[in-house]
Design a protein around this ligand. Structure first.
Ligand SMILES: NC(=O)c1ccc[n+]([C@@H]2O[C@H](COP(=O)([O-])OP(=O)(O)OC[C@H]3O[C@@H](n4cnc5c(N)ncnc54)[C@H](OP(=O)(O)O)[C@@H]3O)[C@@H](O)[C@H]2O)c1
Length: 227
């Protein structure tokens, strides 16, 4: 049975681990708490001031700990760490703490070390999503939500009209669970791109996303697949 128990109010009650204390972790964590879930945010070291502030602001269903605490707590775990260090962060989270679980990979392998625009640390014939799946074979990695700003992730209505979100991963049931989460966020028809190798294309959208942000001078835009 799906761990997402929907109520008539389109809520699903589940324990979620969020790895990452940045804008993405906070945004997703807040939305997931608002939908009725218990959410634990993780960082390299605990206590972490950003995680503590987030937990305080989000009430009794929100808590904070280390990456390992959050991974262990979550029935579903979100990777919201900087993509260039996600493998290290997941190692710190402890493979056994998220073995067999859905690991939603929202990260992008961006290298800002030479300034803007960032380059990709991996691309073309490989991707961060695949690297994570290879390094943690017992996790059910689903790439999702990496192709838009965090504001739009949980509020697609910020962008007028129809526009698209994507999932890919090797495990059909894991993808179905993530699609349920996306439905709860307001995404009606996420496009399933197949196995985790589709993460290459999803991550390679980032250079054009970054360029568009500069040109359009807003983060509230998204890709629409016309067909
Ligand atoms: N910002 C967006 O709107 C957006 C949109 C789509 C996708 N993304 C992707 O989502 C991910 C999160 O983005 P973000 O802007 O929220 O946060 P971020 O600044 O990219 O990452 C913050 C997290 O990375 C961890 N971290 C940093 N250095 C580390 C290291 N050496 N080892 C282990 N962990 C380390 C931090 O740990 P501590 O908590 O311990 O400091 C923190 O939890 C990124 O991969 C980004 O590319 C972002």
């Amino acid at each position: 049975m799906s761990p997402f128990i929907r109520t008539p109010a389109l809520q699903f009650i589940v324990r979620i681990g969020i790895l990452g204390t940045g804008d993405v972790g906070s945004r997703l964590g807040t939305k997931l708490v608002s939908l009725g879930n218990e959410v634990r945010m993780g960082s390299r070291k605990a206590p972490n001031p950003k995680a503590a502030k987030w937990a305080k602001a989000n009430g009794p269903k929100a808590s904070a700990g280390t990456f390992a605490d959050a991974a262990k707590f979550g029935e579903v775990v979100f990777n919201c760490t900087a993509g260039s260090v996600s493998l290290e962060a997941l190692k710190q989270a402890g493979a056994s703490n998220f073995a067999g679980k859905v690991l939603v990979d929202v990260a992008n392998p961006l290298d800002f070390s030479k300034g803007m625009p960032p380059t990709l640390t991996v691309c073309n014939t490989d991707s961060l999503g695949e690297q994570i799946q290879r390094a943690f074979p017992d996790a059910k990695v689903v790439k999702a939500l990496n192709t838009m700003g965090n504001e739009v992730m949980v509020d697609p209505g910020l962008v007028p009209g129809e526009h698209d979100t994507f999932v890919c991963g090797n495990d059909a049931q894991a993808k179905a669970k993530v699609v349920e989460v996306l439905h709860a966020f307001g995404w009606e028809n996420p496009i399933d791109l197949g196995d985790i190798t589709a993460a290459r294309g999803l991550e390679m959208l980032l250079p054009i996303w970054v360029r568009l942000m500069g040109t359009l001078k807003t983060r509230n835009f998204n890709f629409k697949i016309a067909r």
